[in-house]
Design a protein around this ligand. Structure first.
Ligand SMILES: [Zn+2]
Length: 201
């Protein structure tokens, strides 16, 4: 007998997750079949909740599930400093240090000629718009030190050239090729503190 349709669909859904191949998707699907009624209800309700409530903050690009953004709309934060990161999960790394009090801007990816990702595929036009509003005085580039990350940082530096702002980048304390999400809090904090001016690079 072939796998029943309901299970096949569940396997296909699990396979959409990063790092999940056929075998693992099958294992997860059959484990789900073993859930109690209550667990199944909670599982499907949390997925439905994500569908109904989670959206991107139009300003920072973070996932939020409230009408206002807990970071952008926090008036105790310094709205003149904007930290630019590649992914929403990078924001969590900086927030964990508890030392950064400015605002964030999530690009939603890096420029990549190989993958065909150009400036309009990530939130670069939105970044330019926010900077041109004139409130931000310093942009800190915290793109990953991968090839695509470097390319993105270089592009932003050029794009914002001539605007009356300071452009800095994290100090070279981050290991080459490392994604920020794998770097410990102390390194992030140190790298943020010793950030370097990008003018003249
Ligand atoms: Zn926000």
């Amino acid at each position: 007998m072939d796998t029943i349709d309901s299970v096949t669909r569940l396997i296909a859904s699990y396979k959409k997750l990063p790092g999940i191949g056929n075998k693992t998707a099958e294992r997860l699907a059959y484990a789900t079949l073993g859930f109690s009624k209550e667990d199944l209800e909670a599982f499907s309700a949390s997925l439905k909740n994500v569908e109904d409530k989670v959206h991107l903050c139009p300003k920072c690009g973070m996932f939020i599930d409230t009408p206002t953004c807990p970071i952008c709309d926090d008036t105790t934060r310094d709205n003149t400093t904007l930290l630019v990161v590649t992914d929403a999960k990078n924001v969590i790394s900086f927030e964990k240090t508890g030392k950064y009090t400015g605002l964030y801007f999530v690009l939603g990816g890096s420029l990549s000629p190989v993958k065909g990702i150009g400036p309009n595929e990530i939130r670069l036009p939105e970044l330019k718009k926010i900077i041109s509003e004139g409130v931000v005085k310093e942009v800190i580039l915290a793109c990953s030190s991968t090839l695509d990350g470097e390319l993105t940082a270089g592009y932003i530096n050029k794009m914002l050239n001539g605007m009356p702002i300071k452009i800095t980048r994290l100090a070279y304390g981050l290991p080459v090729g490392a994604d920020i999400e794998y770097v410990d809090e102390v390194t992030i904090e140190r790298s943020l503190k010793a950030r370097v001016d990008m003018k003249g690079e």
